[in-house]
Write a protein that binds this ligand. Structure first.
Ligand code: ATP
Ligand code: MG
Length: 559
């Protein structure tokens, strides 16, 4: 599968849209919308919905609206509105002028509610929330009519006007659609469509003290915007009869079609906004954009490129049945894209010094290094080589086990783009720990090639001690150790205690020039990016996006 052309067989939603286009429904228009509630940051599940909604608009020459579903004044915030816009843009999508807010429709929605009352299709109920629940019945028992159900149109109009005027306290009355308390579908048992909330709204201020409910707002917002296909997740399937009822009873600009698809569930990940909010508020993580969070902002800070997320969303596809997607598939998408585009550098994460005894003191050679073997146009760079270098502590063993082919006494290895070196001795501290490796080099092997065809079994990365730059490197790993963290009783139980390890590394000098927002490969280690908030020219800090070990590629190969 090539990176630039993700394969996608046509899903059931695209099939429906194409049929509609063929039959001339909606005058050949395709208008979708992405309707986030601004009560949290967007996560990878939202990315699936974004890629779907903006994707079909692009593919069928239509448009996709960004609509903030901001009907709950209690939980919403402008911080979230701004972050949502930034994240959708970063993912690569453009809503043009089509930025809408459900709150902009409050006056229209109010008028629609009044129309329902006039038509005898809605009534003011004065039962308490508790009583309404009790009257609603259960899955097996029908509900009972409220004693207020038969109020006259005049009384309902008067009460609703006084609700709006602020004459009543929260919860004293609600407005309910008058449908069928015996319906097999609980959503149709006279659902509440307006409630009193004496709370200021982040956009409408104190204008309103009654707020419309989601089910009433959503279908009418869709209709006002002349949406053609209203794509939502499966939990709204049972709400579709209500969506259609409202639009059938009222005279609206059009009647969009609601189509449900399965939400994304990812292994080792929680995607419930309530839980993500808890992770932030209880400080299990460092904010919504902590690189371990499954939020778009978290992935960005961690160094995932937007293409990786889009490719992942393409590949998981859209289906009608819930499933659990292996997070390894997302990590694979990141590696695959980064492998193609990321420049390679050398960085030693756990340094131990190597002294090349026969290398001239004071000599510095500028070695040519290939920036990206996958992309010739990325060119080459110079890496300084000198008598004292750092290599990874883990690349040396004094007593190598079988099959350990890296550096050990008497063993010759290649230093990438450098020379062949052979370990001759070690220096130890008073505890017997190796503190320095002594080597000799073969001057005939410059660039890492042996003129006599002599083979070595391993190639190590390295950094010149004199030229290398110190860097803090944050080794991020999965936030949860449980495959299904939602099953665990609490976070302490399911969180991975090793989700962040911080090390002091030495990196090649060119890495100081990497721009924020650019993810690079540290050879043999993984993909890393400058930590956007903390990396400074005089203090380098890198975040690990993902390691190189690709468990998904292995699974895919076996399958
Ligand atoms: P909550 O977690 O509080 O139920 P939500 O995840 O539904 O909220 P919204 O802001 O209402 O959050 O979501 C905006 C859109 O993104 C909705 O159309 C919703 O169906 C879709 N969406 C949310 N989560 C997922 C998911 N995991 N997979 C696919 N789409 C999702
Ligand atoms: Mg929602």
């Amino acid at each position: 599968m090539s990176d630039s052309e993700p394969t996608r067989s046509k899903d059931f939603i695209r099939t429906i849209i194409e049929e509609d286009l063929r039959s001339g429904k909606n005058d050949g228009r395709v208008v979708s919308r992405f309707p986030p509630e601004p009560n949290g940051y967007l996560h990878i599940g939202h990315a699936k919905s974004i890629c779907l909604n903006f994707g079909v608009a692009l593919e069928y020459g239509g448009s996709c609206h960004l609509r903030f579903d901001d009907t709950n004044p209690v939980k919403e915030d402008v911080e979230f509105v701004e972050s949502i816009k930034e994240d959708v843009r970063w993912l690569g999508f453009d809503w043009g002028d089509n930025e809408f807010y459900a709150s902009d429709y409050f006056e229209r929605l109010h008028d629609y509610a009044v129309q329902l009352i006039r038509d005898g299709n809605a009534y003011v109920d004065s039962l308490s929330a508790e009583e309404i629940r009790e009257y609603r019945g259960t899955l097996t028992e029908p509900g009972r009519d409220s004693p207020y159900r038969d109020r006259s149109v005049e009384e309902n109009l008067d009460l609703f006007a006084r609700m709006r005027a602020g004459e009543f306290a929260d919860g004293e009355h609600v407005l309910r659609a008058k449908i069928d308390m015996a319906s097999g579908n609980i959503n149709m048992r006279d659902p509440t469509i307006y409630r009193i909330r004496k709370t200021a709204h982040h956009r409408t201020g104190d204008t309103w003290c009654i707020y419309p409910m989601y089910d009433f707002t959503h279908c009418l917002s869709d209709a006002e915007e002349k949406i053609t296909h209203s794509l939502c997740t499966l939990e709204f399937e049972d709400h579709r009869p209500l969506y259609d009822w409202v639009l059938d009873e009222l005279s609206t600009p059009c009647h969009p079609q609601q189509i449900e698809f399965a939400r994304l569930n990812l292994s080792y990940t929680v995607l419930s906004k309530r839980k993500l909010l808890r992770l932030v508020e209880e400080k299990w993580v460092d904010g919504w954009d902590d690189p371990r969070m499954p939020t778009i902002a978290g992935f960005r800070r961690r160094g995932y490129p937007p293409e990786a997320i889009r490719n992942f969303c393409d590949r998981i596809g859209v289906a009608k049945r819930d499933s659990l997607v292996d997070v390894a598939m997302l990590e694979h998408a990141a590696r695959e894209h980064l492998n193609a585009v990321a420049s390679r550098y050398m960085a030693v994460l756990d340094p131990i010094k190597v002294v090349i005894e026969n290398y001239p003191e004071g000599l510095v050679e500028e070695m040519d290094a290939v920036n990206n073997p996958e992309d010739e146009s990325a060119g080459t760079r110079k890496v300084p080589f000198s008598r004292e270098l750092y290599v990874e502590r883990d690349d040396f063993r004094e007593d190598p086990p079988r099959k350990f082919f890296r550096l050990s006494p008497g063993r010759e290895v290649r230093l990438r783009y450098g020379y062949f070196v052979t370990c001759t001795d070690v220096v130890k501290d008073e505890n017997g720990e190796v503190t320095e490796i002594r080597c000799t080099y073969d001057p005939e092997t410059r660039g890492g090639d042996s003129p006599d065809g002599r083979k070595v079994k391993s190639t190590l990365h390295w950094v010149s001690a004199e030229h290398g730059v110190g860097a803090e490197v944050r080794l991020y790993d999965r936030l949860f150790k449980d495959e299904d963290p939602s099953k665990a009783a609490d976070f302490d139980e399911a969180l991975n205690p090793d989700s962040l390890k911080v090390v002091s590394a030495v990196v090649e000098p060119e890495l100081a020039k990497v721009e924020p927002g650019t993810t690079v490969q540290f050879e043999r280690q993984g993909y890393f990016c400058p930590a956007s908030k903390d990396c400074k020219p005089d203090k380098l800090v890198f975040n690990r996006a993902v390691t190189l070990r690709d468990s998904w590629a292995r699974i895919a190969k076996k399958g």
